[in-house]
Design a protein around this ligand. Structure first.
Ligand code: SB7
Ligand code: NI
Length: 187
């Protein structure tokens, strides 16, 4: 089971490398890793398990964060509607790729954090507001979906990890809260 001890932090080289594509059919190892990454996210979002296991809450986890240089990421974005149990987006993405995106950009009003960054870095992380994502799921099925708002932001944060990019690389150093016209601020 993945715990915080398995998550590498800033300074570890794998976090700054471009991860390799996986090959199909998926090896048992790559399937198992995807399952374990999703299990980590589920545990991290369960108050009791997160407490027991001392997990930081996460809505995504990329293989490079557990020191595996492969293009695999698990995403579990809970619904913003507290009454709904259905997640807004949940899947393990193999070889994910953004096929196209909106001109419009968006950022999280509260900025971003990262399980591999043990400090707060304030500022807007401006990303594409809407994306068309292609990926392969654990069964090797090719998926093509459109995402917007929070799920789109999370997936872009995860895909950055596959390319050795961390969220604060996008923050404007001179004015961390600078915003161009028309950027959607997601609260
Ligand atoms: O890479 C996953 N991760 O470090 C967990 C946090 C992910 C995340 C947090 C805020 C906005 C977008 C994505
Ligand atoms: Ni991260």
């Amino acid at each position: 089971m993945i715990t915080m001890d398995d998550i590498i932090r800033e300074g570890r080289p794998t976090l700054r490398k471009v991860a390799e594509e996986v090959t199909f059919p998926l090896s048992d190892e790559d399937k198992k890793l995807g399952k374990e990454m999703m299990e980590f996210l589920e545990n991290s979002q369960d108050p009791q398990k997160a407490e027991e296991l001392q997990l930081r809450g996460g809505v995504g986890l990329a293989a490079p964060q557990v020191d595996v240089g492969k293009r695999i990421t698990a995403v579990l974005v809970p619904s913003m509607d507290p009454d709904s149990d259905e997640p807004e987006f949940k899947d393990v993405l193999y070889n994910p790729k953004i096929l196209s995106h909106s001109v419009q950009q968006a950022c999280m009003g509260e900025g971003e954090g990262c399980l591999s960054v043990d400090r707060d870095v304030a500022g807007y992380v401006v990303r594409q507001a809407r994306i068309t994502l292609r990926y392969y799921n654990a069964e090797g099925e090719k998926k093509k979906i459109r995402l917007k708002n929070y799920p789109a932001v999370v997936v872009q944060h995860e895909l950055d990890h596959l390319n050795g990019v961390l969220f604060y690389d996008h923050i404007n150093e001179d004015n961390p809260f600078a915003l161009n016209e028309g950027v959607l601020v997601i609260e």
